[in-house]
Design a protein around this ligand. Structure first.
Ligand code: T1G
Length: 701
């Protein structure tokens, strides 16, 4: 045993470069501050401080990054000493200068560690940030107290409430780091440490009050931050707490501010919101792990892509590719359609540049990567072909037969269908193993979700390539199976059925939407329908011989949604704000009467249960059928594809958080009145009977 323990490399080690002690953290993959790492740093700093032969200390990391923060897996357990603040207090108390040498990302507790050091140097590619709000918490290691002292209150508020990282140059300009190193980081850090030891220069951010003093009496800064958060982080507690903690940095002495920050951070760590957001953090990473796709699965290099169809979806997909620097051939059947598509792409890019989302010069660079064409033969050079034509199996099959004729061997052939049978489409080619579904969400250049649809014959390498592509273009991928509507739209339909019934039974569209908006969705099903356009569903119903009493009447009146100025709501010219419309209410009342329904008051709590529980039920069936690999995958689909509020963790997590047994009981109750949508799926019955939740299901092998 002892022998084995000896061979385990230490997580924190110290070596010497002359009179400089170099403390190295080596805790792959991201050097998270686990209990052992915190203990190791504390002991190493104290030892170096006590060693008369040491003049100064450099703190550095092995591997791909500086410390990326606290170890999130420890959050569920009680904090164990030394906690991070104890370690940072020891650095503060050191009698010798400590220099942080930063590469990769210094995030959360990692940046807090660096801020407790006396000097900070970084390579140019390094990035720093306090992303805690993304996990539903706030910095707990002094970040809200030291960052405003380094960078000023406005910058600190911005970074801490957004959680976004900034690059080394920006960090230098903001006063967060002291030097950007062009050459050898370790050498530069040691030299700086030696020079500062000679000068006896060891400034402590805790003692610096001039930046926080600037903000005293400027409550407008905090009001502005609150107003921005009310829009951007509606319903989330952490950003508000972050603002309070930064305010404390301005108003309270350092040690009191630290204690206040820790109390807020601890409260949030124990909150349901943070549990939900941590779940999403890990679910997002799990979703990229697919059985049968391993490190040794070959990933094709995508040097060149082609997109077939320059409509809304095709154009958005071409933008995603071009924005990631991938040249795209955009193919249409007619010149006017191609021109329209290109014009929309350009105007979208220009709008983004105007809002500051990208450099103006990049508009031309990206447009230059998109090569318009009217010839399918022009896809011959593409490593990836994405078909985004009209949603119709016959048309898509014909297009795929054509793609098959021109595409080079080994190219990935993707269909951007949202509902159709990927296997049938794949069968139109002589190489179904190369075919995969890549379901982008509208607007494709904005929404982060990518459903990767694995066909019966899809090759593992094609999946691996699709997963790598998703990462490259900044999407969050989820692998799903072939079924009607895949994961997202299949569950959306379950919600839609109930939304329709609720309106017939007594609710109005505005009430249904308000219930979901208050829950945290950006909009409800009716505003969403108006945004997407009601005519598509109408046409599909007509083809299938289906009816939807109220929606059919709205469409018959030409009320197709926002684009016609009226749908479930009405819209003033130039506005996207839905306004409740008495004309719609009249139609609803007539149709309800015609159907013999006695309308009743429906409480918001019932509306939520009626809309959300059928989704959970459908999600359970999706899991039973193996159409999604894990409950977390379903949650990712809903958070990144449909705006399920991240602080509610996605539908499956939401059911778990409520208690799956309690959710089941409510479903049984609703099933008595409202039928089969609520009859619990066998998986729910089994888990509830065992006192378990979805989170207890084993990871797929
Ligand atoms: N704790 C535990 N595991 C972590 C982790 C962390 N902080 N960060 C990453 N991992 C795991 C991750 O689950 C994955 O595992 C593997 O590392 C690689 O990650 C006191 C309260 C650093 C930019 O929020 O943003 O500090 O899936 O796939 O794309 O105030 O990871 O391989 O098994 O994401 O190269 C604040 C979170 C914590 C940073 C690297 N810090 N991490 O991205 O790799 S709160 C964060 C990231 C805090 C203090 C507090 C990214 C990354 P597996 P990856 P990547």
């Amino acid at each position: 045993m002892a022998e084995a323990a000896d061979r385990t490399p230490p997580l924190v080690r110290t070596d010497r470069d002359g009179d400089i002690a170099r403390i190295t953290v080596a805790n792959p993959p991201v050097n998270a501050l686990s209990h052992a790492v915190r203990s190791g740093i504390l002991a190493a700093v104290q030892a170096a401080d006590a060693d008369a032969g040491v003049a100064a200390i450099v703190l550095r990391c092995d591997g791909r990054t500086f410390v990326a923060g606290a170890d999130i897996t420890e959050f569920g357990r009680p904090a164990q000493e030394p906690i991070l603040s104890t370690v940072l207090a020891a650095i503060d108390a050191s009698s010798k200068p400590v220099v942080a040498a930063i590469h990769g990302t210094a995030l959360g507790g990692g940046l807090e560690l660096a801020l407790a050091c006396h000097w900070r140097v970084a390579v140019q590619s390094a990035r720093v940030g306090l992303p805690e709000v993304k996990l539903g918490i706030i910095p707990g290691g002094g970040g809200t107290q030291r960052l405003p002292r380094a960078a000023g209150v406005a910058k600190a508020l911005d970074m801490i409430t957004s959680g976004e990282m900034i690059g080394a140059d920006a960090a230098l300009a903001a006063g967060i780091i002291d030097q950007v190193v062009a050459g050898d980081l370790d050498r530069a850090a040691v030299e700086l440490a030696r020079a500062k030891a000679a000068e006896g220069a060891m400034p402590r951010l805790r003692d610096r009050d001039e930046r926080t003093a600037e903000a005293r009496g400027q409550s407008g800064l905090f009001d502005a931050a609150r107003a921005a958060m009310a829009r951007r982080a509606r319903g989330r507690t952490a950003p508000e707490y972050a603002i309070r903690a930064v305010q404390a940095a301005v108003e309270l002495p350092f040690d009191e501010g630290i204690a206040y920050e820790r109390a807020l951070c601890d409260e949030l760590k124990a909150s349901a919101q943070s549990r939900a957001q941590r779940h999403i953090f890990f679910a997002e990473r799990d979703a990229a792990k697919v059985p049968g796709v391993g490190r040794d699965t070959p990933v094709a290099r995508i040097g060149q892509a082609a997109v077939i169809g320059a409509g809304t979806m095709g154009g958005g997909i071409a933008m995603c590719l071009a924005s990631a620097g991938i040249p795209v051939t955009l193919i249409e059947t007619t010149q006017p359609a191609l021109d329209r598509g290109l014009a929309t792409i350009r105007s979208n890019y220009e709008a983004t540049a105007r809002r500051g989302g990208m450099a103006a010069a990049d508009v031309e660079t990206r447009m230059g990567l998109i090569r318009p064409s009217l010839a399918m033969a022009d896809l011959a050079g593409a490593d990836l072909v994405i078909e985004a034509v009209f949603e119709d199996t016959a048309i898509k099959k014909a297009v795929f037969a054509e793609i098959d004729r021109h595409a080079k061997a080994g190219a990935v052939l993707a269909t951007n269908t949202s509902t159709l049978d990927v296997n049938a489409i794949a069968a139109a080619t002589g190489r179904p193993e190369s075919v995969v579904g890549l379901h982008f969400f509208s607007p494709a250049n904005v929404m982060k979700l990518l459903e990767i649809v694995r066909g019966a014959r899809t090759d593992a390498g094609v999946l691996a390539t699709s997963l790598a592509l998703a990462k490259r273009i900044g999407k969050v991928p989820v692998v799903v199976g072939v079924c009607d509507g895949f994961v997202g739209n299949r569950m959306l339909r379950a919600r839609g059925r109930q939304a329709e019934r609720l309106v017939m039974e007594g609710a109005l569209p505005q009430q249904v939407d308000a219930a979901l908006y208050d829950f945290g969705f950006p909009m409800g099903p009716y505003a969403m329908g108006d945004l997407a356009g009601l005519d598509i569903g109408w046409r599909i119903r007509q083809e299938k011989g289906l009816k939807s009493a109220v929606a059919d009447r709205l469409c018959a009146l030409g009320r197709f949604g926002q684009k016609t100025g009226a749908g479930w709501f009405r819209y003033e010219a130039g506005s996207r704000t839905p306004i409740p419309d008495p004309a719609v209410e009249a139609i609803i009342l007539e149709e309800a009467a015609r159907a013999g329904i006695a309308r009743r008051e429906i409480a918001n709590a019932e509306i939520l249960d009626r809309l959300l529980l059928p989704m959970v039920n459908e999600g359970a069936r999706i899991l039973e059928e193996g159409m999604a690999l894990r409950p977390g995958d379903i949650d990712i689909v809903w958070v990144y594809g449909y705006g399920w509020p991240i602080q509610e963790g996605g539908p499956m997590h939401w059911a778990d958080a409520r208690g799956l047994a309690a959710a089941r009981d409510r479903m049984v109750e609703l099933a008595r009145q409202h039928g089969e949508d609520f009859v619990p799926a066998p998986l729910i019955e089994r888990l509830a009977a065992e006192g378990k939740g979805f989170a207890d299901l084993p990871q797929p092998a």
